[in-house]
Design a binder for this molecule. Structure first.
Ligand SMILES: [Zn+2]
Ligand SMILES: [Zn+2]
Length: 196
């Protein structure tokens, strides 16, 4: 009789401890889960209290109503969105008319603004302001603004009176013709035409 009673008692105590531990674990889990989903400490506390009072049904109610994302998931999503947005914004816009342009374009198709120019040596597209090609390290001419390149005749007329050109000519007269040749070949852009 005594033995049976002790056995039953042990079983009851064991069951009670297990249930109590389970109950505590549920509260802690719900509290932590809410902490991961909300910065509001009071909300987490309320969730803990609700689960403590309603036990398993309370846990189910919490799982049904909890915020869908954890804070870290929300943060990651915002980062992704930001990166996407930046990608869209980084798509170049024409400085002349604001239209979206491709990074491989040399000129804007709608307003004819020069966007890039090819390297004289390796033909990689370069920014207009670059004075050296980053791909082959060959020096580039300074970019001449569009109005000077509109047509070839004006282009030649404008370039001629420049002081360095004159001094080059003096040098050329004394024998070195290679400098003038190099000058002419490099300075006349290949892509200039009359309807540009
Ligand atoms: Zn444009
Ligand atoms: Zn190059």
């Amino acid at each position: 009789m005594d033995n049976l009673d002790t056995g039953v008692l042990i079983a009851i105590v064991y069951g009670g401890v297990v249930i109590a531990a389970f109950w505590l674990a549920m509260i802690i889990w719900a509290y932590r889960d809410m902490r991961a989903r909300s910065r509001d400490g009071l909300a987490s506390l309320l969730v803990g209290v609700m689960v403590a009072i309603l036990t398993v049904p309370g846990l189910f109610i919490y799982i049904m109503l909890r915020p869908r994302e954890t804070l870290s998931e929300a943060y990651e999503r915002s980062l992704e969105e930001e990166a996407l947005l930046q990608e869209i914004e980084e798509k170049a816009h024409c400085p002349g008319c604001g239209q979206r342009v491709d990074s491989a374009w040399q000129a804007c198709p709608s307003c004819h603004t020069r966007l890039k120019r090819p390297c004289r040596v390796c033909n990689h597209l370069l920014e207009l302001s670059w004075e050296i090609c980053p791909y082959c390290a060959s020096p580039q001419n300074q970019y001449i603004p569009e109005d000077a390149v509109v047509n070839t005749s004006r282009h030649v007329a404008r370039r001629a009176p420049e002081p360095p050109a004159i001094s080059d000519k003096w040098l050329a007269n004394s024998g070195t013709s290679s400098t003038t040749q190099g000058y002419a070949a490099s300075d006349v852009p290949q892509y200039v035409d009359d309807n540009y």
